[in-house]
Ligand binder design. Structure first.
Ligand SMILES: [Zn+2]
Ligand SMILES: [Zn+2]
Length: 211
């Protein structure tokens, strides 16, 4: 599996593209906001002859949904998300205004996944790992074959997701990370919703929130 990360929008969200030899790709947390970011995403996909087949969201915070309208308009893909975060999709533009950013309403979700679901594209698959606490419907996407975890805002290098937003729950988040993420192979590379990459092994050793 191949991966490309873009950092988009005023909140600096990491948008992820995954693809394999079939050139089918998934877009995770599209997040592009400015026209030049939309252009960047589109030209990367076109230059590499990729075929977007799914639009996945790690969770429903507005900053991770900013590119969904563009992706739906450009490639006809519907947003897939955990159902517990669907209410966030429906009020994303209100969320963004509270942070002083005006965004157009993202499209309605077109499909829901749950803990343990396996999402396929090309010859590849991603397992859904449900870890609420940062948001009610937060998930990570995991490829055991590639030792790769797309963690959204659940886990960061040296930190964890904030839990002071509505429906946040610190204890639930920490327990979920320990029981469902830290058990993965220590060599698993972690792409976070913001900031740099890390590994499960490094977070197990050095993350002060988890010791
Ligand atoms: Zn978030
Ligand atoms: Zn975020």
């Amino acid at each position: 599996m191949n991966i490309k990360k873009f950092t988009f929008n005023p909140v600096e969200v990491n948008a992820i593209i995954l693809w394999d030899d079939t050139l089918e790709c998934v877009i995770i947390d599209a997040a592009c906001f400015y026209p030049q970011e939309e252009q960047k995403l589109q030209s990367f996909i076109e230059t590499n002859h990729l075929k977007p087949v799914r639009l996945l969201n790690t969770h429903g915070h507005f900053d991770h949904l900013m590119g969904n309208l563009f992706v739906e308009k450009t490639w006809g893909l519907k947003t897939e998300i955990h159902k517990e975060d669907n209410y966030l999709v429906e009020n994303a533009s209100n969320q963004s205004l509270m942070f002083g950013i005006s965004m157009s309403k993202p499209p309605l979700s077109g499909g829901f996944f749950d803990d343990g679901d396996v999402l396929t594209f090309g010859n590849s698959s991603l397992k859904v790992i449900y870890v609420p606490g940062h948001s009610l419907g937060g998930v990570a996407f995991y490829s055991e074959a590639d030792k790769l975890l797309i963690a959204g805002d659940i886990l960061f290098q040296g930190s964890v997701g904030r839990t002071d937003l509505p429906k946040g729950n610190y204890q639930q988040l920490i327990t979920g990370i320990k029981e469902k993420l830290l058990i993965l192979d220590p060599d698993t590379k972690v792409y976070c919703g913001h900031g740099p990459e890390t590994t499960i092994g490094d977070e197990k050793r050095f993350n002060q929130f988890l010791n």
